[in-house]
Write a new protein. Structure first.
Length: 78
């Protein structure tokens, strides 16, 4: 059961992270990014990769909270 629940969390989060990556970087050039006023010292591919994993983690947390709230009291207290 936990494997299935984990896939309910991870797979939709992966798809949403891909969509967010596409939307954000359709409007933002990684070479134009600044961190505390300094240019980001990372290649474009590195920025894309880091952003994808950040989006994926954030959406996994959101999906996990949704899965937790969907559980019955008996499942939570088990």
């Amino acid at each position: 059961m936990w494997t299935r629940r984990l896939m309910w969390i991870v797979w939709p989060a992966f798809l949403v992270a891909g969509a967010l990556e596409t939307l954000v970087f359709a409007m933002v050039d990684p070479q134009d990014l600044r961190w505390f006023g300094q240019p980001v010292a990372m290649s474009s591919l590195g920025v894309y990769t880091l952003a994808f994993f950040a989006f994926w983690v954030i959406t996994m947390v959101s999906s996990a909270l949704t899965a937790l709230l969907a559980m019955s009291a008996a499942e939570v207290n088990h």
